[in-house]
Design a binder for this molecule. Sequence first.
Ligand SMILES: [Zn+2]
Length: 267
Amino acid sequence: MQEGVKAFQNRIGDMGERGPEMGLRRALFGGVPDAGPGVIRVAGSPEVTVRFKRSSRARRLSLRISRLDGQVTLTLPTHVPRREAEAFVHEKADWIRGHLADLPGELRPMPGDLIPFEGQMCEVVAVARRGVAQVGGRIEVPSSGVEATPARLGAFLKVAARERLVAASERHAAAIGREIGKVTLRDTRSRWGSCTHEGNLMYSWRLVMAPPDVLDYVAAHEVSHMVHMDHSDAFWRQCADLFPDHKAQRRWLRQKGGALHRYRFRD
Ligand SMILES: [Zn+2]
């Protein structure tokens, strides 16, 4: 999914010469409890939460704010200690708050807007037609009764989601010799899917806005619960049988899944 990005970069000059010192500083500050792995928080109004990641290619600290979900990411060179990253984030807190305040909130998509569909940002275009369809990189909606566009798009997404989620669930279930029960679509924020003992599956229809491999992973995950109703090692082995390497898909859901809730299709 594309993200609009606002970036701030700061040169940190002569870090290379200070290499030997870093080991000592790491040792000194390594034991300080933090706000969780990879997250820096700055108290205030509002509180600022910044995820950080280290990169061997990064030459300086850089901040990025996703226009889609307001997530703030700090990339830092591997040798920069966390303490320095925290100081940097504190220094830039007001700059971050300013940009977050400018970000768009909920969107009821109308012609001219972009919405994610199968991981691509598609422009909504009003044309003389009945019904909604994806045509190339666009989503065409009827130009008559244009005020119904959000509701029409919502209905379109649910139909597309059902088709893809049922197909993926059936395929994964067949691979382990099972049959799925009912598939229910809901608009849940707390979970992307669930599975009952009877093999009835529930999914968020918003998954159809995510890349297809992410939707497929969620289906593999829920179908795996038909065998193991927990998140035990046995469950994860089962899940890996159906969808071998799912790190990237889980990361996508963690980092970008929330942004799918930005779109509103009802009044
Ligand atoms: Zn699960």
